[in-house]
Design a protein around this ligand. Structure first.
Ligand code: SF4
Length: 366
């Protein structure tokens, strides 16, 4: 979903990087008791420096919810993350994004209209007798509206660290599972649980019955929405093979949003938090090739000069939408707040927020 970002006054573009960073420091000090800045791991370093809390999306939203005395929450991340923070925040808190073009293309690949249509088609041809027989699971990287759709059908959210656990819960609960929006997290989680490949089916958006035959749908236990993260799709099996040939001692770790043919041949895979922990806990001198967003990999390189850390691919894999959030946007937001004006607020409709919260609570219960 592309939101319209207000043009910044031209004066902002005349400021040097140092002036911008210096003015952010001052504004942050001025607003400190009222302000909480959250920063996702994929954000560039100049933004990261201003974070009160850093982490993955759910960790940030959950921690922010425990700090209810800060009136303003600036989420240096993407739109769905700010939505989750708004859902979990106290009603008096205002959640903002530095730049409204900071969306997640993968989250946008699953709309409520398309997902509802898929459910209708499955019932209409008798794959399930009732929508309730198809348990929905959505990756936290999805819109609040999709989380609400899932919450209303007694499904659950999952993260990249608990995908397998939530998928197992859903398999135990219903006849079939529909996993949104990331095909690859779903496929990697299903493989880890030992679900046979022929029981895992891809649902192609825009095609009748997702491009599948009735027989294949009857056999399937898990349907995967065909969403993907364009950043993690850039890692290829050849990158893994090349590193293994070049450096026999290297540890290769990838995020589960990477395709199955990559994840199946790396040494380890895991969420951003798991990747950070693996590198933090490794011995000095250890060597790593990491398949995730470049800003996180570069931060690990800076934080561990005693280790050899590489990006798994020889090309830059950057989340360009998240990096729409530039220091100048943060300064503009803070200048406005200092003048009593709230810009770029992300507010989830209360009814959607209530249903979405059910799917988040279900995950916490699992
Ligand atoms: S890295 Fe991928 S999944 Fe994460 S916010 Fe960017 S586009 Fe979305």
């Amino acid at each position: 979903m592309l939101l319209q970002q207000e043009e910044l006054n031209v004066e902002y573009y005349r400021l040097s990087r140092e002036e911008i960073l210096d003015r952010i420091h001052k504004r942050k000090k001025e607003l400190q008791d009222r302000l909480l800045i959250l920063c996702h791991h994929y954000q560039q370093q100049d933004m990261f420096e201003f974070a009160d809390l850093t982490g993955d999306s759910l960790k940030l939203a959950k921690e922010a919810a425990t700090i209810s005395d800060r009136e303003f929450i600036i989420f240096c991340g993407v739109h769905f993350m700010a939505e989750s923070a708004d859902i979990l925040a106290h009603s008096s808190q205002k959640v903002m994004l530095p730049h409204l073009h900071a969306g997640c293309p993968m989250a946008d690949m699953a709309s409520v209209a398309a997902v509802s249509q898929a459910y209708k088609e499955l019932v209409s041809v008798g794959i399930v007798a009732d929508e309730k027989d198809m348990v929905p699971v959505t990756y936290v990287n999805s819109s609040a509206a999709i989380k609400a759709f899932v919450g209303d059908r007694e499904g659950s959210v999952c993260t990249s660290s608990n995908g397998e656990k939530v998928l197992q819960w859903a398999l135990d609960k219903g006849e079939k599972v529909f996993f949104f929006p990331d095909e690859h997290l779903g496929r990697n989680s299903a493989a880890a649980l030992g679900v046979p490949e022929e029981q895992v089916l891809l649902w192609r958006r825009g095609e009748l019955l997702g491009g599948n035959s009735i027989e294949a749908l009857q056999q399937a236990k898990i349907l995967l929405w065909d969403g993907y993260c364009e950043v993690h799709m850039r890692f290829l099996p050849d990158h893994v093979r090349e590193w293994k040939l070049r450096e026999s001692e290297i540890n290769i770790i990838a995020h589960p949003e990477c395709p199955r043919d990559v994840v199946s041949i790396v040494d380890q895979y895991g969420s951003t938090e798991a990747i950070i922990a693996a590198v933090n806990n490794s011995a000095p001198g250890s060597k790593w090739a990491i398949g995730t967003e470049v800003n996180l990999v570069e931060r690990l390189q800076r934080n561990h000069p005693d280790k050899e850390i590489h990006l798994l691919a020889p090309i830059t894999c950057q989340c360009t939408t998240m990096n729409c959030n530039q220091p100048v946007n943060l300064l503009w937001l803070l200048d406005n707040l200092a003048n009593g004006v709230v810009k770029n607020q992300i507010k989830v409709d209360p009814e959607i927020a209530r249903s979405a919260a059910k799917s988040l609570e279900q995950m916490l219960a699992i």
